[in-house]
Write a protein that binds this ligand. Structure first.
Ligand code: CTP
Ligand code: MG
Length: 228
């Protein structure tokens, strides 16, 4: 099977509260999204990288993406939610993706994706029937609270993981799952709602999602201090 990456990048970054959507904020002199796109385009396993942009995106065209090579393909078909954007991307590539091809969905807002993250995910899921996602074990003690913020219980964390991206599933299975479950915040939830069980592949905390301004500083530190 082939491997396609879909990178949802049609969000507005409301929690970042910057002047521009966070995917275009400058990170070490490049647009934030450029970092992950560069890793995905350079990954030998990946055949094409589709970036899902907002239909009224005006900034993509103002940057130079030529260093990323011919695998990179912008699609102006973003939707109202992340799931809608991913589904829009899946529909747009229907002509080139076969049912059994793998799709790796990666947040534009995770700029610290490393080559080993992609390699490990692809390698560990290559013979899996369903697919799966990068994730890290939860480190903090978790509390469930009532509406008055009184703790009701401490949730045992030993079986809890934080979901990351990329999330890798077969084209037809993922599309069917997302068509049937639009209220999800990641692909794995849609696959779970379809009654299937995605596999967790252990990544690490460096693959953080940039959500708040602090995350931008953390991402910069991670990229600057990375070996190689
Ligand atoms: N995304 C998307 N289409 C949307 C909403 C989000 O493609 N309608 C993308 C974002 O661009 C981001 C990824 O999904 O790369 C993860 O979403 P999130 O971190 O929530 O980004 P935003 O929605 O832009 O941020 P916020 O929720 O703070 O507004
Ligand atoms: Mg959002």
């Amino acid at each position: 099977p082939r491997h396609f990456a879909i990178v949802p990048a049609a969000g507005s970054g409301s929690r970042m509260a910057a002047a521009r959507p966070k995917q275009y904020l400058s990170l070490l002199g490049r647009p934030l999204i450029h970092h992950a796109l560069s890793v995905l385009c350079a990954a030998p396993a990946i055949d094409a990288v589709f970036v899902v942009l907002s239909v009224d995106d005006t900034e993509w065209a103002t940057h130079d993406w030529s260093a990323l090579g011919p695998k990179l393909r912008p699609l102006f078909c973003g939707g109202a939610t992340r799931a809608d954007s991913v589904l829009g991307g899946l529909r747009a590539i229907a002509g080139e993706a076969a049912a059994g091809d793998w799709v790796l969905v990666h947040d534009a807002a995770r700029p610290c994706l490393a080559p080993w993250h992609v390699d490990k995910l692809v390698r560990e899921l290559a013979h899996d029937e369903v697919g799966g996602l990068l994730a890290v074990p939860v480190a903090d003690t978790l509390k469930r609270a009532d509406e008055h913020r009184h703790v009701c219980e401490t949730v045992p964390r030993d079986s809890l993981w934080q979901a990351q991206t990329p999330q890798m599933f077969r084209y037809a299975m993922l599309r069917r799952a997302l068509e049937g479950a639009r209220e999800v915040t990641d692909e794995a939830s849609a696959i779970e709602a379809a009654g299937l069980r995605p596999r967790l592949v252990q990544g690490d905390a460096t693959n953080l999602k940039v959500t708040y301004p602090l995350d931008l500083h953390l991402a910069e530190w991670i990229l600057e201090n990375r070996e190689g």
